[in-house]
Design a protein around this ligand. Structure first.
Ligand code: 6PG
Length: 478
């Protein structure tokens, strides 16, 4: 019997995807560099479905129906290139290599182009949902050629998370689009996690609410418009007590956030695209700052605080909830806006309603909010920015007074809230009639003759700063 799909790389994510495929009725050929992992999987879970044990990539390829589908789940970077190199001579025109890891989209674009020359399909697939999602239904964001999706899509849709029976899997665009969308998902994930962290810090340091009590507050919040996987797990983490010390778990964990790189990639790419993902960027920098242990130790000893004591209003918990909601909304707006910029740059036809719908279930940023975001972009008139969709314009206006109060309180108390505050700055930057950029243009023109535009005339101008300060029309040099 030929297998429907082969999976190589059977660490936990690969193993769980393989099991998910088998549980859904597909025959899955298994391969791992060391055969022990394959055997362990078969020993433990071999009865979950139809598996084919293979020891070499040649055996794996030989066991597959055509066009062959080989899913790679190895560490991003060189290991992916190395597996492709080994697989390529074993495959035939029309076969499909699927990279389901967190690869950089530029690598995916490069690999796709190289393999296309050999008539092989290369599909970079974003998979979100962690280990549990991989096993029980992740959110899946495939790129690659549309043609390859014909042969691959039905399998991926079957194993994906579902919302009202609809799969959280759809072809998002050519070449690296799938990995790009997954990368931006992770950027939003970073911001979402950071705003929840800021809410926690404010409630603890500002209002003295202990983690166990906060766990209850988060559980309540999870019933309203903040309802999401990340709020749910935050309630669980906050409620957890360390068995060794009896202290809240969050008090015994070193407060230095790790990162594997996808958030950083989002920001690097946003900088290149000129896309203002300030909340996402601040969340990456907040992780970086948290990890500068030596400087933070010196900072505690050397830097003054001069905090202003402020009365914490009775509405504080609700204020923080609203500030969290508004900041979260801005992070999604920024991430989605970045997708719009990327679509232009890379020639992808990214459909924001579809992408938002893929994130409704299965993935780490799954949230009630995404149902409304999907609706907002499915409307005949697509909003130029998520915040301009009528439902969200109103929601953020409602949250605004609380949001401003919370940021002001945080600043007075010396509690860093980089994403709460930068999201508010983004919001104000979007709505202000005049921003400080006019002065910056003046500065640039003065020191570098970089020219400027006028509000009352077409064209490009330069002031003769070193002479009589008269103005001349100039060639635009930006
Ligand atoms: C997901 C997660 C997943 C992984 C991140 C964590 O969507 O399932 O995003 O891909 O957990 O890579 O990233 P950091 O280690 O950078 O926090």
């Amino acid at each position: 019997m030929s297998a429907h799909i082969g999976v190589t790389g059977l660490a936990v994510m690969g193993a769980n995807l393989a099991r998910n495929l088998a549980r859904n009725g597909f025959t899955v050929a298994l391969h791992n560099r060391s055969v022990e992992k394959t055997d362990t999987l078969l020993e433990k879970y071999g009865t979950e479905g139809d598996f084919v044990r293979t020891e070499t990539l040649q055996e794996l390829v030989d066991s597959l129906e055509k066009p062959r589908r080989v899913l790679i789940m190895v560490k991003a970077g060189k290991p992916v290139d190395s597996v492709i190199e080994q697989l390529e001579p074993l495959l035939e025109a029309g076969d499909i290599i699927i990279d389901a890891g967190n690869s950089h989209y530029e690598d995916t674009r490069r690999r796709e182009a190289a393999l296309a020359k050999k008539d092989l399909h290369f599909v970079g697939v974003g998979v979100s949902g962690g280990e549990e999602g991989a096993l029980n239904g992740p959110s899946i964001m495939p790129g690659g050629s549309k043609e390859s999706y014909m042969a691959l899509g039905p399998l991926l849709e079957k194993i994906s998370a579902k919302v009202d029976g609809e799969p959280c899997c759809a072809w998002v665009g050519t070449d690296g689009a799938g990995h790009f969308v997954k990368m931006v998902h992770n950027g939003i994930e970073y911001a979402d996690m950071q705003v929840i962290g800021e809410a926690f810090d404010l409630l603890r340091s500002g209002a003295g609410i202990e983690p166990a009590e906060q766990s209850k507050i988060f559980t309540e919040w999870n019933k309203g418009d903040l309802s999401s996987f990340l709020i749910e797990i935050s309630a669980e983490v906050l409620g957890h007590v360390d068995a060794k010390t009896g202290k809240p778990f969050v008090d015994v964990v070193v407060d230095a956030a790790g990162q594997k790189g996808t958030g950083r990639w989002t920001v690097i790419s946003a900088l290149e695209l000129g896309s203002p993902v300030s909340g996402i960027a601040e969340s990456v920098f907040a992780r970086a700052l948290s990890s500068q242990a030596a400087q933070r130790k010196l900072g505690q000893e050397m830097l003054a605080g001069n905090e202003v004591s402020v009365e914490i209003p009775e509405t504080f918990v609700e204020d923080v909830r609203q500030a969290l909601y508004a900041s979260k909304l801005v992070s999604y707006a920024q991430g989605l806006d970045m997708l719009t910029s990327a679509a232009k740059e890379y020639g992808w036809d990214l459909k924001l309603d579809e992408i938002a719908s893929l994130w409704r279930a299965g993935c780490i940023i799954r949230a009630e909010l995404l149902k409304d975001i999907t609706k907002a972009y499915a409307a005949d008139e697509k909003p130029a920015n998520l915040l301009f969709a009528p439902a969200f314009t109103k929601a953020i206006a409602d949250a605004l007074p609380a949001w401003r109060r919370v940021v002001a309180t945080a600043v007075q108390l010396g509690i860093p809230v980089p994403v709460f505050s930068s999201s508010l700055a983004y919001y104000d930057g979007l709505r202000r009639k005049r921003v400080a950029a006019a002065l910056i243009q003046g500065q640039r023109d003065l020191f570098g003759a970089h020219t400027y535009g006028r509000v009352d005339a077409e064209g490009t101008f330069h002031t003769l700063w070193g002479e009589d300060k008269s103005e001349i029309e100039a060639v635009d040099t930006h």
